[in-house]
Design a protein around this ligand. Structure first.
Ligand code: Q9C
Ligand code: ZN
Length: 681
């Protein structure tokens, strides 16, 4: 299942014919820069290329009034002066004789993409279009937008493909007020937008862009606005917004299709957005969305006005759509105070409508000892202050990042599987390598010596494969792997894998152990390993680097655990290798194991080694191989509330960990104060 890229050269035809500093940034080079970037990196060639068609007037009528469509049809015959006069009737809009044609191609491209995904021709895709769409309204052009490409695509998906729930994720830096108006009373379309707001001092200066605009009538709770009240938001802020706001709601909504209003003016370097998120952040955001709706993600270009930043960000998104691992996020993973205030206010505004938000609960009260200096990266983290740069320094940072990404090429083998006795019923996705090689016998013996459990031949053979895989992971030959081991040897194998990983070049290693697996006794809190046990024994002495949580009994509880604990810890720690070990009686259902593993590809650039019991079913092996290869995990099934006990356990854990692992935070300083008052009253 591939990735579609929908485009038509004619969409470069419309351009500004008069002087207008506000509109000149929406130029044809935006499309050519993005396309050239994709070609240069060999990404375009890996996609199914589709030539955009024009939308019919009936299709435009799914959202727009007949009078408005007729007005636009008429612009084809107007002279420059008439075009300029008509443009003046709208806010931040210009018309060109080719605008009607381009805008119909933009809508048509979005519809073709939806059709390709919904018929199963491809898994996902991107429509590279202009003019953009999300400011466009039923009878008005606005903010460079003529027809609302994504809104029409959502209606089309419902009408032509019988869908009942469509999620629209608008990560453009401007508020897609057009899309909001179109769906504000419609519970079948969940609209999420973050946007530069600055307490209403930023365009389009609307009261209804704030967090307390939540939809109307039947649509209450299906409009979700996350206003950024300061510029400079970066990777940590965007990831926190997804983990703590969008994803809990999205899993509860359970969309059948995800449409992305993919504007890249929210990326570093953009003159409109003034934000700091680096291009690889868009690969991570895309990966997070791919665990929804069976991976059916249709992205449609909106804004993005810094040509180099736009092009890099588009490449990152397409790479993620193709299933490649995302490069690790750069910079300190510490959300800004202002971002946390915004996140808290949208969670508060939406809590009446979403179980998942009520359940995650208020921010725990911090004890005085936890008041560490705000925003100071912990000494573990190798980054200096250069990432706080702005202006030309920003661009220097951007190009140095690009260099780093080029030095981190995608490994030749994406997924390797090493089993002790491969099952005939096992079906691996095409391209997954069956690994039969083993570490050298002397090397194995040396590592295995301290462990009785590794004395048997079978356990030793399995260990040899694990060590071989680990080496290939660390030397960049293989991106991710799965290795099976006999149950009695799991803990010992894990211990060896951790020590071997650390001595062979991993700086920080995250180990997520599920089930009854004790932390290896020699592991210390030196900051090089983070041990996270789910569903094992309670830790005698939990610490910053030793976290134990009970296995939640419901889907809601499991999602809370993953979104509000595991991923925030993992992204805060910034490991360069993740070990996922499913111990004996781990208790995860296949879709849960798949989701956990899929999401753990994010924090370490896709370097994941999954250790499983040799008795695991071929179904589980197939699911894990699929997700490590970039496929969507199977659905968790219907959402069910977390139990009060699971909630309690999570709340108690998160409190003491928040000062060290800042991605756990869901509220700003002021919010913590409010809770404190309420508790003491
Ligand atoms: N400096 C899109 O990104 N001008 N439209 C705002 C504030 C209008 C943006 C002026 C920006 C429209 C699709
Ligand atoms: Zn924009």
């Amino acid at each position: 299942m591939g990735t579609a890229l929908v485009y038509h050269e004619d969409m470069t035809a419309a351009r500004l014919l008069w002087e207008d500093p506000e509109c000149e940034i929406e130029c044809p080079q935006r499309l050519t820069a993005a396309l050239e970037g994709l070609q240069q990196r060999g990404l375009e060639q890996r996609c199914l290329r589709l030539v955009a068609r024009e939308a019919s007037e009936a299709e435009l009528g799914l959202v727009h009034s007949p009078e408005y469509v007729a007005l636009l049809r008429g612009t084809q015959a107007l002279g420059t002066q008439e075009l300029q006069a008509l443009s003046g009737q709208y806010d931040a809009v210009y018309f060109h004789p080719r605008t009607f044609h381009c805008a119909r191609l933009a809508v048509g491209a979005a519809l073709q993409l939806v059709d390709a995904v919904m018929t199963g021709a491809v898994r996902n895709g991107l429509a590279l279009v202009r003019p953009p769409g999300h400011h466009s309204q039923r009878a008005a052009a606005n903010g460079f937008c003529v027809f609302n490409n994504v809104a029409i695509a959502a209606r089309h998906a419902k009408q032509k493909h019988g869908l009942h729930r469509v999620l629209i994720v608008d990560w453009d830096v401007h508020h897609g007020q057009g899309t909001q108006y179109i769906f504000e009373d419609d519970p079948s379309v969940l609209y999420f937008s973050w946007h530069r707001y600055e307490h209403r001092r930023f365009w389009p200066y609307l009261r209804e862009s704030d967090a307390d605009a939540v939809g109307q009538g039947q649509g209450l709770g299906f409009t979700v606005n996350l206003p950024w009240n300061q510029v400079g938001m970066g990777n940590a802020d965007y990831m926190a917004a997804f983990l703590h706001v969008l994803l809990p709601l999205a899993f509860e909504f359970n969309p059948e299709l995800v449409l992305v209003s993919a504007g890249f003016d929210s990326a570093i370097g953009d003159p409109e957005g003034q934000m700091q998120a680096t291009p690889e952040c868009f690969a991570h955001l895309t990966q997070l969305l791919q665990v929804l709706a069976d991976g059916r993600v249709c992205a449609v270009l909106e804004g993005g006005y810094h040509l180099e930043s736009l092009s890099q960000s588009v490449c990152m998104m397409v790479q993620a759509l193709l299933g490649d691992p995302a490069p690790p996020l750069s910079g300190p993973m510490v959300p800004h105070g202002s971002a946390l205030e915004s996140i808290q206010s949208v969670r508060a505004a939406q809590a009446p409508y979403w179980m998942s938000l009520r359940q995650q609960g208020a921010a725990p009260v911090l004890s005085p000892s936890t008041c560490s200096p705000e925003g100071k990266p912990s000494p573990l983290l190798p980054w200096g202050p250069e990432f706080k740069a702005a202006g030309t320094q920003t661009m220097a940072a951007l190009s140095s990042l690009l260099d780093k990404l080029c030095l981190n090429p995608t490994p030749p083998v994406r997924t390797a599987v090493a089993l002790t006795a491969p099952d005939a019923a096992l079906v691996l996705p095409p391209g997954v390598l069956c690994q039969e090689r083993s570490a050298l016998p002397e090397e194995m013996q040396a590592w295995a010596r301290p462990h009785k459990a590794l004395a048997q031949d079978k356990a030793l053979t399995a260990l040899g494969k694990v060590l071989y895989l680990l080496d290939r992971l660390l030397d960049g030959q293989v991106s991710s792997g799965i290795a099976a081991t006999p149950a009695p040897a799991t803990a010992a194998t894990l211990d060896v894998a951790i020590r071997c990983g650390l001595s062979h070049g991993a700086q920080r290693l995250l180990c997520v152990a599920v089930g009854q697996l004790d932390r290896p006794p020699d592991l210390t809190d030196d900051g090089r390993t983070l041990w996270l046990n789910i569903g094992g024994k309670e830790a005698a002495a939990p610490s910053t680097f030793h976290v134990c949580v009970p296995l939640p009994g419901t889907t809601g509880g499991f999602l809370n655990c993953v979104l509000a604990l595991v991923l925030p810890l993992a992204y805060s720690f910034q490991p360069d290798l993740v070990l996922v070990a499913l111990g004996p009686t781990h208790g995860l259902r296949d879709p849960q194991a798949g989701l956990l593993t899929a999401l753990l590809r994010g924090p370490a650039g896709g370097r994941v080694l999954a250790l499983i019991d040799e008795e695991s079913t071929p179904q589980l092996v197939g699911v894990l191989a699929g997700v490590l290869h970039g496929e969507a995990p199977p659905s968790l099934g219907p959402f069910s509330m977390a139990s009060p006990e699971d909630m309690q356990a999570l709340m108690h854990l998160r409190g003491p960990l928040e000062p060290q692992w800042k991605m756990l935070q869901v509220a700003g300083e002021a919010g913590v104060g409010v809770v404190r008052l309420r508790v003491s009253a």
